[in-house]
Design a protein around this ligand. Structure first.
Ligand code: 13P
Length: 399
């Protein structure tokens, strides 16, 4: 822990922002707690970072590297089944393996993709040729990540809203995932605008994300913090903006309360757009203006990367919106962590046929490259297919 970055963090003015915890009784520091000022009394000025502090910061920076973003391929078996059904395939382990092999072996994927989020099955899975998927990713220069939440269930006492399960046993699961090669984690919870959101649902979402983030960091995994504000609804963009401000304020309040190291997290927000059923449509410039002002108001510059979800936007929409956000320098790396907006054309092109694997991989690379350009603010939209312009919004989508 004597490296340059650890000592930088220990004396960093950024961490001095945690001075507000002075006087509160925090738990006694253990070996896994870093003190901002080694001379201060142990019960003050503690920032929880675990014994992995250097590695967390490095992992987060690697994932948030210029011109690259995340391939989200962490569909649960149930969701993967829906994807496979859309191309007439059965939801068998062999079919899931064939599809995931296609994705991770796409040539030069690592030029555009810095991290891949996996479902647990895939973290322990091999390709059809018997090589560990994790090893294939590492060879491509891609950091393996793991979805750790256990999905959404109804939140009693709310307005038909949900909460996200998965904290029980998370520490031991996270430690095992780290052993298996994962270096970052993802926890997706949702907030519904048409159903409220109620104060209870927002608080529960924020608290769950913060607990998960603290546990993940303690076990060497960079947490992706994802409170997805669902696209569902007829509301306009101003309402989305208002809800997003509230949600992110609470998320950062609880992240700070849980002593999460901001330099070692990544965020996965929804872009600020009108509801999917709204009569208004917003241009990429408008989406960028609203989304960037949300981020500027709520996200500290200590956070290295903002990796947007696509949430049901078409492939092109998601790329254009990202590109619009990168027309001027931002305090954070502003990039993508798309599932549907990277995979849609690829999956259809494959159709489950071995002879289409190359064309499907080309389609994946085309999307990855377009989004890489958008991360750099250099995307022009030239040469895109009609397929890529189709929206994929599904009401009440689960992951
Ligand atoms: P989409 O980009 O399809 O919204 O996926 C979001 C997600 O959380 C995947 O990890």
């Amino acid at each position: 822990m004597a490296s340059a970055s650890a000592s930088l963090l220990k004396s960093s003015p950024v961490l001095d922002k945690f001075e507000w915890v002075k006087g509160q009784s925090l738990r006694q520091p253990s070996v896994s707690v870093v003190r901002c000022h080694p001379t201060a009394a142990p019960s003050t000025l503690t920032v929880r970072a675990g014994s992995y502090i250097d590695e967390l910061v490095k992992t987060a920076k690697t994932v948030a590297s210029p011109g690259r973003g995340i391939l989200a391929m962490d569909e649960s078996n149930a969701t993967c089944g829906k994807r496979l059904a859309s191309i007439g395939l059965e939801n068998t382990e062999a079919n899931r393996q064939a599809y995931r092999t296609l994705l991770v072996t796409a040539p030069e994927l690592g030029k555009y993709i810095s991290g891949a989020i996996l479902f647990e099955e895939t973290l322990y899975q091999s390709t059809v040729d018997g090589e560990k998927i994790v090893d294939v990713l590492v060879k491509q220069g891609i950091v393996p990540g793991i979805k750790v939440d256990k999905g959404l269930v109804p939140l009693p006492g709310s307005n038909n809203e949900s909460w996200c399960q998965g904290l029980d046993g998370l520490a031991s699961r996270a430690a095992a995932y780290y052993q298996q090669g994962a270096r970052f984690a993802k926890w997706r919870t949702v907030v519904s605008i048409p159903n409220g959101p109620s104060a209870l649902a927002v608080k529960e979402a924020a608290w769950g994300l913060a607990r998960y983030a603290a546990v993940s960091q303690d076990n060497g995994l960079v947490p992706i913090v994802e409170p997805e504000i669902l696209l569902d609804g007829e509301h306009g963009i101003d309402r989305t903006f208002e809800v997003a401000q509230k949600v992110w304020a609470e998320v950062f309040f609880y992240l700070a309360e849980n002593n999460v190291l901001f330099e070692g997290i990544l965020l996965k927000p929804s872009m600020v757009t009108p509801g999917a059923e709204s009569k208004d449509k917003a241009s990429p410039e408008t989406v960028a203006k609203y989304t960037l002002s949300l981020l500027q108001r709520r996200i500290p510059p200590a956070v290295p990367g903002i990796m947007f979800l696509s949430g049901g936007q078409s492939e092109i929409e998601a790329t254009l919106n990202l590109n619009a956000m990168n027309q001027a320098p931002n305090p954070w790396h502003v990039s993508f962590s798309y599932a549907r907006a990277l995979q849609n054309t690829c999956l259809k092109t494959w159709g489950g046929r071995p002879e289409n694997v190359k064309a499907a991989q080309d389609a994946l690379i085309q999307r990855a490259k377009s989004n890489s350009l958008a991360q750099l603010g250099k995307y022009t939209g030239d040469g895109e297919s009609d397929e890529a312009k189709e929206g994929m919004f599904v009401k009440g989508y689960t992951y």
